[in-house]
Design a protein around this ligand. Structure first.
Ligand code: FAQ
Length: 318
């Protein structure tokens, strides 16, 4: 017991000194578990996040838009793979991580349980969802766990391309025909509040924040990041002539921030608990992809076995 306290104390001193923690270093069990939870939730979000966007690849309005969207969706797959690899360094296997997703034990971001009803939704996702993701992930490039922090550097660079492609779509639509502008406004109306929910519950309702800030897993709280996102995004909406769907939104000179209306937390928890508009469809799509891909995994395993046997035989013969 005494040894554990000494180890925990040393660990906290390393964190306070700004050192990175690497996979083979000693770490408290809760630090390891919190990282597996957060990194895997993040990885699952990237993979599930491909679904609402993939829905529009065949219907993108031009070749240029199609190429951009295809590249973005492929990037999300890559982000998922870096993140699964980072989680695996903590002693959990890829199969276990997928099992947690498919059985509903692991969460993924609430935002991907909303449908993409029009092409403008692809613009809104890039602008708002990737915009929110960047705010959160720039902070995570300074997180205390080395593999997670390093994965975030490249991911943030790609997310910033994603945000720009989304904003450019919105800019085009907002300057287009009245119908196109209406489509862009409708997408903003539907995605604004769910984007604010991406940052998680209010700080006073966030059970993980206090410890995660102490361990520098989180360098800023949910509310701080949400405020930062709102302050950056409101002028972007004004610039393209769209209206944020919040009558209480108002610049507060004293605080130097925008005040904003109450988030519908009942809706947030309904979606997080699996009862949002698309939860069941999204999870089923992932389970189907896993089942339908089993022949690829089997073939790869069987090839690897054959290769290993061949090498074994050659070694025996020599
Ligand atoms: N959705 O105590 P906290 C992307 C859960 S970006 C669902 O505050 P924490 C890019 C939380 O897990 C999106 N569940 O938790 C992309 C916890 O549950 P648990 C992914 C949520 O971890 C763009 C409970 O509520 N980004 O994919 C949500 O300290 C476009 C209590 O909450 C990341 O995952 C939510 N929104 O803070 C891809 C970033 N919020 O497990 C495709 C890394 C909270 O205790 C297309 N994650 N919960 O039962 C984080 O920074 C943190 O995990 C937070 C939550 C800030 C999300």
């Amino acid at each position: 017991m005494g040894d554990k306290i000494i180890l925990e104390d040393k660990f906290q001193k390393r964190i306070d000194a700004g050192e990175k923690i690497e996979p083979k270093d000693w770490m408290p069990e809760k630090y390891r578990k919190t990282h597996i939870r957060q990194i895997s939730q993040h990885a699952h979000s990237e993979i599930v996040g491909m679904l609402p966007e993939g829905n529009w690849i065949t219907r993108a309005p031009s070749l240029r838009r199609k190429v951009g969207l295809l590249a973005k969706v492929q990037d999300e797959a890559g982000h998922g793979l870096y993140l699964y690899s980072a989680a695996e360094t903590l002693g959990i296997s890829r199969d276990q991580l997928f099992d947690q997703l498919h059985t509903g034990k692991a969460k993924y971001s609430s935002i991907f349980n909303y449908p993409t009803l029009s092409w403008a939704d692809i613009g809104a996702i890039g602008w708002l969802v990737d915009g929110a993701a960047i705010i959160n992930q720039v902070m995570l490039t300074r997180t205390s766990f080395g593999p997670y922090a390093r994965a975030m550097v490249r991911i943030c660079k790609e997310e910033s391309f994603h945000q720009r492609q989304g904003y450019e779509i919105m800019l085009g639509l907002a300057n287009g025909t009245p119908e196109q502008k209406e489509m862009a406004q409708d997408a903003l109306n539907r995605f604004w509040w769910p984007s604010l929910m991406m940052f998680g519950p209010r700080d006073e309702d966030s059970p993980n924040t206090e410890q995660s800030v102490k361990w520098k897993i989180k360098r800023k709280t949910n509310d701080e990041l949400r405020q930062q996102f709102i302050d950056i995004t409101v002028p972007q909406a004004e610039y393209i002539g769209l209206t944020i769907p919040d009558p209480d939104l108002k610049w507060n000179e004293e605080r130097g921030h925008y005040d904003f209306g109450e988030i519908d937390w009942d809706e947030f928890w309904t979606v997080v608990k699996g009862n949002g508009p698309c939860n069941k469809e999204r999870l089923q799509a992932r389970i189907d992809a896993w089942d339908e891909g089993s022949w690829v995994r089997d073939a790869a395993m069987s090839y690897a076995e054959k290769q290993a046997n061949q090498i074994g035989k050659e070694k025996l013969a020599s």
